[in-house]
Write a protein that binds this ligand. Structure first.
Ligand SMILES: Cc1cc2nc3c(=O)[nH]c(=O)nc-3n(C[C@H](O)[C@H](O)[C@H](O)COP(=O)(O)OP(=O)(O)OC[C@H]3O[C@@H](n4cnc5c(N)ncnc54)[C@H](O)[C@@H]3O)c2cc1C
Length: 323
């Protein structure tokens, strides 16, 4: 047994540390290989302890929240995968609540509805956790989740904790500073105000209905694969919507398949796993969409989803799509 395995086992016990642990069921795409080590943490102290062990052993660390915005390589992830679980919400003052990174967004919405607090109800139906949502600055209905925050608690890879104001988080569309610093989100403070539970529930229901109408929720996916183009970086030809899904659609790739992966006929920015997709199928199809959009519209699509593991053996075949 390696030293790092022993240190992790001493800290978390054999039931919470798993070696070569399958990850596919922990992601919404339902694909991908195992984690070299997987630790399910319960609270910030556990996360900090796992980070320190990995740092001392020189082992890379990957955070996994709800697994709803990631594509795990077929070969898995050669790292310590930390999966925060459980989590709590506590009131900070009359206008703020603190949610642990492990808390699901849906759990957070439910809690605010029960407590008659407004601010987060529109996010009902967003898969994943507070950690993943803040890391990628999730968006819904033209708003960014960072707009709902006042501050967050972060931990460095060395295990040093700090309180960070939202203005120092480098938030932008699909962007936050933790994507480059490697810091780990421990908790986030959300701004809330008193609200009528009946009205809040109606708003939450509208969001859920909207998702049911517009997204292929019956098949595994990771939501939108690509970011929408933005005026800051992109030039979209006149008459074409500034939407990655519309670009994929107009490039003729809506409904295209590669192996068990298909560009959803319902939503051009969703790739769905029809049951037996591999991660390489999905990665190959992503590349086909990117090439088609680049060639036809001169727009370079950027991924919204995050790749975990090594994809260097995946050779995209731009001509291989079947309709
Ligand atoms: C059907 C469907 C609909 C979706 N709709 C939307 C939508 O409307 N808007 C939207 O923005 N997204 C949407 N998504 C994508 C996804 O739900 C969000 O991006 C979500 O916020 C990801 O959270 P997660 O916990 O699943 O993160 P994961 O997928 O587990 O991880 C995403 C990234 O965050 C990192 N991460 C996770 N936890 C932490 C942490 N504690 N500290 C630091 N880094 C961390 C991971 O390492 C990874 O890089 C959708 C996905 C699906 C499947």
């Amino acid at each position: 047994m390696s030293d790092v395995t022993r240190a992790l086992q001493d800290a978390f016990g054999t039931e919470r540390l798993r070696c070569e642990a399958p990850l596919r069921e922990l992601t919404t795409f339902k694909v991908g290989g195992p984690a070299q080590w997987l630790v399910e943490t319960r609270g910030s102290d556990d996360v900090v302890r796992a980070l320190r062990i990995a740092h001392d052993a020189g082992v890379p660390v990957v955070l996994l929240g709800g697994g709803s915005n990631v594509l795990v390589a077929d070969s898995g992830v050669r790292a310590l995968v930390i999966r925060p679980r459980g989590g709590a919400i506590v009131p900070v003052d009359t206008g703020h609540i603190r949610a642990d990174a492990a808390m699901t967004i849906n759990g957070l919405v439910r809690w605010t509805l029960t407590h008659g607090l407004a601010g987060i109800e529109e996010w009902a139906g967003t898969p994943g956790t507070v950690g993943g949502a803040v890391c990628g600055n999730a968006h819904f209905g033209g708003r960014l989740i960072s707009e709902l925050l006042s501050s967050v608690r972060l931990c460095t890879r060395q295990g040093v904790i700090s309180e960070v104001e939202v203005s120092a988080m480098g938030f932008g569309y699909d962007r936050s500073r933790v994507q480059t610093t490697g810091e780990v989100l421990l908790s986030a403070d959300f701004i809330v105000s008193p609200g009528d539970p009946v009205v809040l529930r109606a708003t939450a229901r509208r969001s859920l209905d909207y998702r049911k109408r517009t997204q292929p929720l019956h098949l595994p996916s990771a939501g939108c694969v690509f970011q929408n183009p933005v005026p800051e970086w992109d030039v979209v030809p006149q008459g074409i919507p500034w939407s990655a899904g519309a670009l994929v659609d107009r490039a003729g790739l809506k409904g295209a398949a590669l192996g068990g992966a298909r560009v959803s006929p319902t939503h051009g920015n969703f790739i769905v796993n029809e049951g037996d997709a591999t991660s390489s199928d999905i990665r190959g199809l992503i590349e086909q969409c990117r090439v088609a959009v680049r060639e036809q519209f001169g727009v370079e699509l950027r991924e919204e989803i995050v790749y975990l593991g090594d994809f260097s053996d995946v050779t995209p075949d731009a001509d291989g799509a079947t309709l």
